[in-house]
Design a protein around this ligand. Structure first.
Ligand code: FES
Ligand SMILES: [Fe+2]
Length: 404
């Protein structure tokens, strides 16, 4: 992050902390229709035009350090296999055997020299080529070259590996713009994945995502946790191109004096001062939020299972500590974050039930919630506004505020 941007963000946080109204000219935001969370037509539009065409975070390369290391991921109904080949490349395939469609790999993660289907033992190499077929002579006219695992686009920004089911999609770096240019230090630091957890929440995926796009709720949902660390008024938000967002929130002075939240853990030499004195969170459209800290951070990834069920995945990255066991302070840090997540998650299923009852008519958003408006407007842009029934649309009211 260059010094001009850091200076601007510092000035914006100071302004935000003392302002008494939204900046002059900030528009009134139309209510979000509740049906965006409940109408099957909207869910199908998201599935067909957003999830099937978006770059979606799959793995951090540190999760697959050796050739043959693999992980299964499920991207909204598409079961994928991500595997590191003998050449060191990470590739993605549908985890669907080219014989009768059985899953080739069944364990969530592991290491294999060859990928052998459990059903009839068709066997693929790590580059997806079909290399063995039992009783091959009984398949008349079978051509092995035509029956390799079906590849899915897989590209990386540093060690952050994403997949996209659309063969005609723009490149990952184009999709992520302007974040790779703004945040080159993030991929210069060799983060190390220290684990994944997931929870299943009874709400639409957008209800889950929205809880991490604002800090308006800190005093009420997190009075004894996050609110003690962050000053929600001293928060500046950037609406970025391609639906991405940034939220930089000042740590309270007493927390900065104690050295932030580092608990004495190793900190990244790559990440500058702003990551020590603020919580700097990026929202990578559509479904990844990363509240970055110098010791490490969770990546929160939101996956719809169905219209009213979300899988929330946490992928934890830590600053490398060298040899030996993970430093014990990480246990305290993870426990603290789990408590915060429980505070957030407790709210989500009840919100979905109110939305389904349509009890409150629509969702009015305030200035502090402007990232949510931007997020919805970009969902509509990806779907194609003309495909969306009028009563389900969200106007792109904040387009002029997007940073250029
Ligand atoms: S379905 Fe995989 S070998 Fe038959
Ligand atoms: Fe929260």
């Amino acid at each position: 992050m260059d010094s001009a941007l850091v200076e601007r963000l510092e000035a914006e946080m100071a302004y935000e902390a003392t302002r008494t109204a939204p900046p002059p000219g900030f528009p009134a935001l139309a209510d979000l229709p509740l049906t965006r969370y409940t109408d099957e037509r909207f869910y199908e539009l998201e599935r067909d035009h957003l999830w099937s065409r978006a770059w979606l975070f799959a793995v951090h390369a540190s999760e697959l350090p050796e050739p043959g290391d693999y992980r299964l991921i499920d991207i909204v109904g598409a079961p994928l296999l991500v595997v590191r080949g003998d050449d060191g490349e990470i590739r993605a395939f549908f985890n669907s055997c080219r014989h009768r469609g059985a899953p080739v790999v069944r364990q969530d993660a592991g290491n294999a020299r060859l990928l052998t289907c459990q059903y009839h033992s068709w066997t693929y190499d790590l580059a997806g080529n079909l290399v063995q077929v039992p009783d091959e002579c009984d398949f008349v006219g079978l051509c092995r070259e035509d029956r390799g695992l079906v590849p899915v686009r897989c590209e990386a920004w540093g060690d952050f590996v994403f997949v996209n089911r659309d063969p005609d999609a723009i490149t990952l770096l184009e999709w992520l713009a302007p974040i790779p240019d703004e945040l080159p230090e993030l991929v210069q630091q060799p983060w190390r994945c220290i684990g994944r957890t997931e929870s299943i929440i009874a709400c639409n995926w957008k209800v889950t995502a929205e809880a991490f796009l604002e800090v308006y709720h800190l005093r009420t949902i997190h009075p004894k946790t996050v609110n003690k660390l962050l000053d929600h008024k001293a928060s500046t938000m950037g609406l970025l191109a391609n639906g991405h967002t940034r939220m930089v929130t000042k740590l309270r002075d007493a927390v900065i004096e104690q050295g932030g939240i580092s608990l004495g853990l190793p900190t990244s030499p790559e990440m500058g001062e702003i990551f020590r004195t603020t919580n700097t969170a990026y929202g990578l459209f559509p479904n990844l939020i990363a509240p970055i800290d110098v010791v490490g951070f969770p990546m929160l990834v939101f996956w719809p299972i169905d219209i009213r069920t979300t899988r929330l995945e946490l992928v934890w990255l830590a600053c490398d500590w060298g040899d030996g066991e993970r430093p014990a302070a990480w246990d305290a840090l993870l426990a603290g974050f789990t408590a915060v997540m429980e505070e957030d998650e407790r709210n989500m299923a009840p919100i979905q039930r109110s939305i389904e009852a349509a009890a409150h008519g629509g969702v009015p958003l305030n200035y502090q919630e402007r990232r949510i408006q931007h997020f919805h407007a970009w969902i509509d842009r990806h779907i194609g506004v003309e495909r969306i029934p009028e009563e389900l649309r969200v106007p792109d009211t904040l387009a002029d505020l997007v940073e250029r």
